[in-house]
Design a protein around this ligand. Sequence first.
Ligand code: IMP
Length: 186
Amino acid sequence: MSFYLPESVDCNGELFKVFITKEQIDARIELLGKKLDKDFEDKHPIFIGILNGAFIFLADLMRSVTIPCEVDFMKLSSYGDEKVSSGQVTELKEIDAKVKGRHVILVEDIVDTGLSMKYMVEKMKKHNPASVSVITLLHKKEATKHDVQVDYVGFEIPTKFVLGYGLDYAQEGRNLAQIYALHEEE
Ligand code: IMP
C-alpha cells in the first residue's frame, strides 16, 4: 500500500507542516506492540479505542501485537470544531463489551489537558475490570493539568496543535498518513 506523504498541507485554510513522519510512527508502534505483548501475555486484554481520533492508531497498534485480544469502541467529544478543548466531555457512544474482570487497555490518539482520559479511566473503573491501562500515541505533557494515568506513550510533544493519522481539525485531516503541526510564524 502506498501513502500520500506531503511535507505540508492546508487544512481549513491553515498551514500544517510535517512533524512526525510515517516511518517514525511505524517504528514506535512496533516497539509499543512488543511491550504490550510482554506485559499482557496470557491476559487476553480488551482494547477500547476512543473515537473518533484513535481509530487509525488502534488499527495499527492491534496489528502490532501478537497475543490474543479483543476490541471495542467508545466515542467522546471535547473539542467540537475548535483548536482548544471545550472543557466538557460529551459521551456519544457507550462500550458494548462486558469489562468486569477483564484487562482493559484504553487507547487514545492524544492526551492534552487529560480531561477525556481522566473521565474514561474513572468510568471504566466503575465496571470492576481486572486492570485499566492507558496508551496514547501523543502526550502534550506540559498541557496536562488533570491528574491522569498514562502508562504507554508513543511520543511526548510540546503544546502544539497537530493533525493527521486520525487527528482532525474541524473533522478534516484524519486521513493524512503522518502527523502535521500547525505552522506558526516566527
Ligand atoms: P483532552 O481531554 O484535553 O486531553 O483532549 C483529548 C482530545 O482532544 C483528544 O482525544 C483529541 O480528540 C483532541 N485533541 C487534543 N489535542 C489535539 C490536537 O492537537 N489536534 C487534534 N485534536 C486534539
